[in-house]
Ligand binder design. Structure first.
Ligand SMILES: Cc1cc2nc3c(=O)[nH]c(=O)nc-3n(C[C@H](O)[C@H](O)[C@H](O)COP(=O)(O)OP(=O)(O)OC[C@H]3O[C@@H](n4cnc5c(N)ncnc54)[C@H](O)[C@@H]3O)c2cc1C
Length: 389
């Protein structure tokens, strides 16, 4: 039996634990929390007031595995040692799955805005704070958007703008409401093919898009957002997604934002053959999403069996456009995002995936997901639409 240490029992780590053989690995998780959140539910909790979904991590883990409760402060790959709350743990293989977190200290004044308006990226309390503001909104200036290109669930800020507009319309306050979507990027959604679909819908709903808006500071007292160029936006309601940071615990192998230097194909950390990173914690240029964590976990499980599996950068992000419609952002390292229109069918699929969240983490839904990922493979679609194909 080899010792497999999973640092951070997130979506990816739990999926990995169910994907390796019980007779080959003695699995230990270290996590600072026993509670597992279905993070997509925070969006609806903050904008629609629905309950946020959570479960004890122990109920998701294989019965044979161990959970050590503790905060990891160092993963020392050279010495095969992990430190949590002052205690050391050794391993034969280590997989880092510490996720990413919103950082409200990067932008001066942002913490004040977060305290007042909450958010849809942190936890149930912050989501409920935001819903209080959404429910009580009687009209005014609204500013929503990301402040930095790296954050989890790339569609989430545009989804928030769509859902805010939906709620304002239902409350009958769109007449005296002005919604502005800001982004530091050149367009509302980074992938051009998706933006071609989404921007006209934003326009149709009266949501103004302000590209290249780099937030420099927030004056929560005066309710103003200031850009690096000195432009000012006043607001009555604001939700700005902060820069996200990694845990920064892997010694000598993290970038300046705390994300782990990870090979984008093999998912190995640095030069080490016994150390991997999955999910939001990596510095790989792909969507920080549960589906990415899922597919990376499957690659690492195969590599631990000695199979030369490779991650292909596959994304599959559900993207809700309000009024019960959604599309999916499906791409890979080799294939740009497939252009897709929002539909009720996609929305139903998003809901079905959410309903299967816990069984999916335990591997019970693997045959369904494997078939779905094969059917929607963007590289196959690209090959079909190539000239002469
Ligand atoms: C609003 C919103 C909507 C989303 N919608 C979707 C969606 O529709 N589809 C989708 O695929 N994804 C979606 N996501 C993204 C998805 O939830 C995350 O990308 C995914 O959960 C990341 O999984 P992970 O395994 O990388 O880390 P996580 O599941 O975040 O787990 C990280 C774990 O590490 C632990 N940890 C961190 N640091 C330490 C430390 N120092 N010591 C000990 N433990 C530590 C944490 O306690 C946590 O348990 C959404 C996210 C948000 C916020």
């Amino acid at each position: 039996m080899k010792k497999l240490l999973i640092v951070g029992a997130g979506d990816g780590g739990i999926i990995l634990s169910h994907s390796v053989s019980a007779s080959d690995f003695d699995i230990t998780f270290i996590d600072r929390s026993d509670m597992h959140y279905f993070q997509p539910s925070l969006l609806h909790a903050a904008l629609l007031g629905t309950a946020e979904k959570r479960i004890s991590k122990r109920r998701l883990m294989p019965r044979r595995s161990k959970l050590v409760m503790g905060t990891v402060t160092s993963v020392d790959l050279a010495n095969r040692s992990v430190t949590a709350d002052g205690k050391s743990y050794d391993y034969d293989y280590v997989v880092v799955d510490t996720g990413s977190r919103p950082d409200y200290t990067s932008i001066p004044g942002h913490a004040g805005l977060y305290r007042e308006f909450g958010d849809f990226h942190s936890d149930a309390d912050a989501a409920s704070r935001m819903y209080g503001k959404v429910r009580g909104f009687k009209g005014g200036k609204v500013v929503i958007g990301p402040t930095y290109p790296v954050f989890k669930c790339p569609p989430s800020p545009v989804e928030a703008a769509f859902l805010f507009e939906q709620q304002a319309r239902r409350a009958g306050v769109t007449g005296n409401t002005e919604i502005t979507y800001i982004t530091p990027l050149p367009r509302a959604y980074p992938a051009e093919s998706i933006n071609e679909v989404v921007e006209p819908i934003l326009k149709e709903r009266g949501i103004r898009v302000l590209p290249f808006f780099d937030v420099d500071s927030v004056d929560a007292g005066a309710r103003k957002i200031v850009s690096i160029e000195g432009d000012e936006l006043s607001y009555d309601f604001a939700a700005l997604v902060p820069p996200h940071k990694g845990a920064g615990v892997v010694k000598d192998n993290c970038d300046s934002d705390g994300f782990v230097n990870t090979d984008k194909y093999t998912l190995k950390i640095g030069k080490y053959d016994d150390a991997f990173c999955i999910g939001d914690a990596t510095n790989i240029q792909t969507a920080k999403s549960g589906v990415t964590a899922h597919l990376e976990a499957k690659v690492v499980a195969k590599r631990l069996k000695g199979i030369d599996a490779r991650f292909n950068g596959r994304t599959n992000c559900p993207f809700e456009t309000g009024y019960g419609r959604a599309l999916f952002v499906i791409s890979s390292f080799e294939s740009p995002a497939v252009k897709m229109r929002p539909s009720r069918m996609n929305y139903a699929m998003k809901k079905a995936m959410a309903a299967m969240a816990w069984p999916a983490l335990k591997g019970y839904a693997d045959p369904i997901f494997d078939a779905y990922f094969a059917m929607t493979n963007p590289e196959k679609r690209m090959a079909k639409s190539a000239p002469g194909a």
